[in-house]
Design a protein around this ligand. Structure first.
Ligand SMILES: NC(=O)c1ccc[n+]([C@@H]2O[C@H](COP(=O)([O-])OP(=O)(O)OC[C@H]3O[C@@H](n4cnc5c(N)ncnc54)[C@H](OP(=O)(O)O)[C@@H]3O)[C@@H](O)[C@H]2O)c1
Length: 397
């Protein structure tokens, strides 16, 4: 049975108003100096991100009712985080005026939408989370995760049941909500796959792509994985095959006659195609989706539109759909069946991690120490937010 996640809403989450206690007794935290990666305007992440030292409320000023102090443990740098800083993502960062150590203020947003933190203090009356709990943001844009500590509204957090933490690392939980969950939903919600069916995908070495490979293997589906051509392609092919990828080819190889022949004579249908690239890479891949199959676009890394020839729609009846994990989460809100589904999904994925059947994508760990000189933290963050650095970065705090 799925353990219930804690969703904090309503009066309990907002704290006890007028409970008669002085502010100084209503929090367990005392003043904190927190480092945070902030942007004051949208633009190229490397140009606009600056690391600042924030002054978080101390016990004397107190937390607002319903607030908690969170010490971040780990937070990845996802492509959508960079798009958000550029101003091209539909979810905007939460801009606010923040007090800095030393008395100045800054109006900006803290970067990052995904991550896990540990609650270190709660305003009095917050009864759904307690110090020591691991929490993840409820929604993208809820609060910036690229920081050592933050103050967040308890009703914007989801607490991870303590039992789920056994045998998993903070990075596994930090990266749970976006990539593995996207793969999980796309494999489940767009077709009735049968054991042995194929799924084809581009960007197969991405975080989502690797999650698709591992979940598909676990559920008995097979994957055709397309990656961009590169030197040492064989190394990546072996890596993805070791994860469970059945066929791994480069976009160049997808044009080879023998590969085309092989993909046209599979012993089971290719019912789904997952696209995170766009442009030619999507067209090339969609040709191998079986008649009546579905192309699900969930990303646009090439920044090229998805264009499909009429013949694929007419003669192969290919359906073109889109998927956005944020919308799925938004639809969960207030729907207890959906919330249970979300809990079951996260529990499933973490159980696979614990059992060694699922590995979080390789992450270039940027260790961000709270006491780091700001200039060092700035260098660390600037290199982690550079597009095309060749590795997915994650901060550990
Ligand atoms: N819809 C949703 O809910 C949802 C959820 C999660 C992710 N996403 C999207 O899915 C995509 C992948 O995210 P991720 O976190 O899994 O990515 P990631 O781990 O950072 O990997 C990025 C992937 O994109 C490829 N790539 C980068 N630039 C490219 C280009 N110009 N043309 C073609 N491929 C390129 C990389 O291939 P190389 O190794 O060849 O560079 C790699 O496979 C992003 O667009 C992200 O926003 C969407």
């Amino acid at each position: 049975m799925a353990t219930r996640l804690l969703f904090l809403r309503g009066p309990a989450a907002r704290g006890l108003r007028g409970c008669g206690m002085p502010n100084s007794m209503r929090v367990q935290a005392r003043g904190l100096a927190a480092q945070a990666a902030v942007y004051t305007e949208t633009g190229s992440p490397q140009d606009v991100i600056q690391v600042v030292e924030r002054e978080l409320p101390d016990a004397a000023d107190g937390l607002e009712p319903g607030q908690v102090v969170v010490r971040m443990l780990a937070a990845p740098v996802n492509p959508s985080d960079l798009n958000q800083i550029e101003g091209t993502y539909p979810v905007r960062g939460r801009f606010a005026t923040m007090a800095l150590r030393g008395g100045a203020t800054i109006h900006g947003a803290v970067g990052g939408n995904e991550g896990v933190g540990e609650v270190v203090a709660t305003a009095h009356g917050v009864d759904g989370v307690q110090p020591g709990d691991w929490v993840v943001p409820r929604r993208a844009g809820e609060f910036g995760t690229w920081c050592s500590h933050t103050v967040a509204a308890a009703d914007g957090l989801v607490a991870i049941p303590r039992a789920w933490r056994a045998g998993v690392q903070p990075a596994d939980v930090a990266c749970l909500k976006v990539n593995p969950s996207t793969a999980y939903r796309m494999l489940r919600d767009f077709a009735e796959l049968r054991a042995g069916d194929y799924v084809i995908q581009n960007g197969a070495n991405s975080g989502v792509g690797r999650a698709v490979i591992q979940l598909a293997r676990h559920w008995g589906f097979r994957t055709i994985n397309v990656v961009r051509d590169r030197p040492h392609l064989a190394t990546l092919q072996q890596e993805l095959q070791a994860l469970g990828g059945d066929i791994v080819v480069s976009d160049r190889q997808l044009g080879d006659e023998d590969v085309k022949q092989r993909l046209r004579s599979l012993d089971a249908p290719v019912r789904l195609g997952f696209n995170c690239v766009g442009g030619r890479a999507t067209l090339q891949m969609t040709k191998f989706i079986s008649a009546g199959g579905t192309l699900v676009s969930y990303g646009g890394m090439s920044r090229q539109p998805v264009t499909l020839p009429t013949s694929l729609l007419l003669f192969n009846d290919i359906r073109a759909r889109g998927f956005w994990m944020n919308r799925w989460y938004a639809d969960c809100q207030g729907d207890s069946a959906r919330e249970a589904e979300m809990a079951a999904m996260w529990q499933d994925i973490l159980a696979l991690v614990r059992g060694g059947a699922f590995a979080t994508q390789p992450l270039a760990e940027s260790r961000w120490l709270a006491a780091m000189p700001l200039a060092d933290a700035q260098r660390l963050v600037s290199s982690a937010v550079a597009w095309g650095s060749g590795a997915k970065h994650a901060f550990s705090f």
